[in-house]
Design a protein around this ligand. Structure first.
Ligand SMILES: [Fe+2]
Length: 211
């Protein structure tokens, strides 16, 4: 009989970071967020203000997100530089509305904050393994799907969750199949600090934008 001993080593992995900050969100902030002026954005609604974390009334939310980004930089990326929020905006998906697949340009880590009660069903986030068009689509058998072959992964958000992920990862939001609005905040981030090496003439000092 042939020897069938084998070993599979995971080489790399794609992280999704989750931290619940429900205790940092007040009812007044929920009301203020839902009263922001919104404009049409393809199928859903997006706040007219695209720097909402600069508003003093949302300072505790911005602080909670900064804490999550600090942990991500240290524990996930393992880098000495820090991440800071660039743009931040509110999103509302009315019944029937989702968000098509996309990535976030000019950002390192992107995220969502589910500040309000989520509808039932929630409308999940779907992360796509592939970043490019797939001429040949290999689909694993359902019973044999694992982290090496899964074409996509489903993340179900909970109220109060901050979810962080690499900005170049393709993702979409399922259509809202409930009769309630689905509310969230989204944001991008970038690196602050020194990269490279002085003598190698690769040094780059990123100071971040003035607040
Ligand atoms: Fe997104």
């Amino acid at each position: 009989m042939a020897d069938t001993n084998f070993k599979i080593e995971p080489l790399f992995a794609e992280p999704v970071f989750r931290m619940n900050v429900a205790s940092s969100i007040s009812q007044e902030q929920v009301v203020a967020l839902q009263q922001l002026a919104m404009v049409q954005n393809q199928t859903n609604l997006i706040s007219d203000d695209l720097y909402i974390f600069r508003r003093p009334e949302f300072a505790s939310l911005a602080e909670a997100v900064q804490t999550a980004l600090d942990i991500y930089a240290r524990e996930v990326l393992g880098i000495p530089q820090s991440l800071y929020v660039t743009q931040s905006w509110a999103l509302t998906n009315p019944p029937g509305a989702g968000m098509h697949g996309h990535t976030h340009s000019n950002s390192v880590v992107s995220g969502s904050l589910y500040y309000a009660p989520l509808p039932n069903p929630t409308a999940n986030m779907i992360f796509d393994r592939h970043k490019t068009y797939q001429q040949i689509q290999l689909r694993p058998d359902a019973a044999r799907t694992n982290i090496f072959n899964a074409p996509y992964r489903v993340v179900k958000p909970e109220q109060g969750d901050i979810i962080l992920f690499a900005s170049d990862m393709q993702h979409l939001v399922e259509p809202n199949a409930s009769q309630q609005h689905r509310h969230s905040i989204a944001f991008n981030s970038f690196i602050k600090g020194a990269l490279g090496d002085y003598r190698n003439v690769s040094e780059l000092k990123l100071s971040g934008e003035p607040s």
